[in-house]
Design a binder for this molecule. Structure first.
Ligand SMILES: NC(=O)c1ccc[n+]([C@@H]2O[C@H](COP(=O)([O-])OP(=O)(O)OC[C@H]3O[C@@H](n4cnc5c(N)ncnc54)[C@H](OP(=O)(O)O)[C@@H]3O)[C@@H](O)[C@H]2O)c1
Length: 180
């Protein structure tokens, strides 16, 4: 596959970079991936989990969005990150426990959920074109999930934040107006 060639080339060059295939909308694939990572870590904890995978239906207005798109988008953008955090939690906790660093940080243990300003309820009036309903709602859910994770996992020394990367020229962000 041409799509992941660059990544595979990097992994071939750097043996400490290990690729694990994963569909975040498939709960059993998430459990499997966590097991593989645990074996690769060989007794060490996991410092950083970045939930970056996301999908976007550019045409989803209130007139056109349907249940199937809402559920599919929610599954990848909100449910996936929730299950990922649950599955990797023991490894993240291990890293936090074994770290001598004070406070919360990415070098200790962290969950970074890649969100978007389009998921901000407060900023919706500034960015409502395009409406991308399923995407916005799923990312608003992701933001709430992140707050709940911060309040819960923070006690175990795990930093949990939602991050808006700004506009990035990717497959999703092909045009500046209407990018994720
Ligand atoms: N681009 C922007 O301007 C922008 C702005 C704000 C926020 N974001 C956020 O940044 C993140 C990355 O977006 P992007 O711009 O890089 O989008 P993208 O070019 O469409 O890439 C999305 C990535 O997510 C992966 N993915 C989708 N569904 C998945 C699933 N079920 N399981 C595993 N991987 C899955 C895709 O893998 P495959 O290619 O294998 O399908 C792809 O690598 C997203 O969460 C997005 O909401 C992007």
């Amino acid at each position: 596959m041409e799509k992941d060639k660059e990544l595979r080339d990097l992994a071939n060059k750097h043996p400490n970079l290990v690729l694990v295939k994963l569909d975040v909308s498939n709960p059993s694939a998430i459990t499997e991936a966590a097991k593989i990572v645990e074996v690769k870590l060989n007794g060490l904890g996991l410092n950083l989990l970045i939930n970056n995978a996301g999908i976007y239906t550019p045409t989803a207005s209130l007139d056109t969005v349907d249940a199937e798109d809402m559920v599919r988008t929610y599954k990848t953008n909100a449910v996936g990150p929730m299950l990922m955090a649950q599955a990797f939690l023991p490894l993240l906790k291990k890293a936090a426990q074994e770290s001598k660093a004070k406070g919360l940080s990415c070098s200790k243990a962290a969950i970074i959920n890649i969100s978007t300003a389009m998921g901000s309820i407060k900023r919706t009036t500034d960015s409502f074109s395009p409406p991308v309903i399923s995407y916005r709602c799923s990312k608003a859910a992701l933001n709430m999930l992140t707050m709940c994770q911060a309040l819960t996992y923070g006690e175990a020394g795990i930093l949990c934040v939602a991050l808006h990367p700004g506009w990035v020229k990717t497959d999703m962000g092909t045009q500046k107006v209407g990018s994720g």
